[in-house]
Design a protein around this ligand. Structure first.
Ligand SMILES: Nc1ncnc2c1ncn2[C@@H]1O[C@H](COP(=O)(O)OP(=O)(O)OP(=O)(O)O)[C@@H](O)[C@H]1O
Length: 268
């Protein structure tokens, strides 16, 4: 079940899960410096895919390609395709704001809006017209907070500022905010690295539960975390994918020497 960089073996046809997002021959430059080289990666529906690799190898750059966050960085140039359900998200007809409702993002540092817990959830659905009446919004706030495992902790204080929650609660609030617009894919850039071990465990459990309904792509420095939460793992090195396979195979029986060196702590 291992996919090297130059082939497309992947999981066998019989057990191949449904592909939700796909990168094809993706290259990216910051000015004259190439940060991604010929990236080919399938990201499966209802699975967690972890992106691992040493600092500066291009994990976050690749993650940002998946909902066009790199568009915001000057001097970025990109070649190749990124598909969501077979459609190229870089096609000129794509509405980027709309795209980001399909492909949501959770960042390393929890970044709730400086608004109430309720408004953190209700803001985007109201903006996109998916919840208009107060009753609809109330129901959406409740279901999103429940899915993010936060409802029981905040149900009686929805009017307090999101920024007054603990770090772990803030991160779950940000996950609830991402869920509220009903995305198919959730991107997570080291979502637990700013959290203490207990809050990290709660967020990891949540990721595990969310996988039943979403496609999740997570950047993590924490190899144990990748092993715990991800069904599939891609190892990046120097802007390339060295190896991609199901997580068990990648950690126990990697094909590439560089993967083995990294997971056994010989570099990175
Ligand atoms: N905004 C930017 N402008 C110019 N170069 C950038 C920018 N962001 C990242 N880079 C460069 O692109 C390369 C990949 O960086 P990236 O942040 O994607 O790596 P990473 O694997 O996520 O690293 P880390 O694990 O340290 O977060 C690095 O050489 C980095 O210096």
């Amino acid at each position: 079940m291992t996919q090297g960089v130059d082939n497309d073996n992947g999981p066998s046809q019989k057990e191949r899960p449904e592909v939700r997002m796909r990168a094809r021959d993706l290259n990216l430059w910051y000015g004259n410096t190439q940060a991604l080289h010929d990236i080919n990666l399938d990201m499966y529906s209802r699975e967690v895919t972890a992106l691992i690799g040493p600092s500066g190898c291009g994990k976050s750059t690749f993650l940002r390609c998946l909902n066009r966050m790199n568009d915001l960085i000057p001097e970025v140039r990109l070649e190749g395709r990124v598909e969501l359900d077979g459609e190229d998200i870089y096609d000129h007809s794509v509405d980027v704001v709309q795209l980001r409702t399909h492909v949501g993002m959770v960042f390393q540092k929890p970044n709730p809006f400086p608004k109430s817990i309720y408004e953190n959830i209700a803001y985007a659905p109201r903006l996109h017209g998916t919840g208009t009446s107060r009753a609809e919004l109330d129901a959406l706030v409740e279901s999103s907070l429940k899915r993010a495992g936060l409802w029981n902790e905040v149900a009686d204080r929805l009017d307090t500022p999101g920024t007054e929650l603990s770090g772990g609660q803030q991160q779950r609030l940000c996950i609830a905010r991402a869920i509220a617009v009903n995305p198919e894919v959730i991107l997570m850039d080291e979502p637990a690295s700013a959290l203490d071990p207990l809050a990290t465990a709660t967020v990891e459990e949540l990721i595990h539960e969310l996988k039943d309904n979403y496609t999740i792509v997570i950047v993590t420095h924490n190899l144990q975390q990748a092993a715990r939460v991800a069904g599939y793992t891609a190892f990046f090195h120097m802007g390339k994918i060295v190896e991609f396979s199901d997580t068990d195979t990648l950690f126990t029986n990697p094909t590439e020497q560089r993967t083995e060196d990294y997971i056994t702590g010989r570099f990175g």
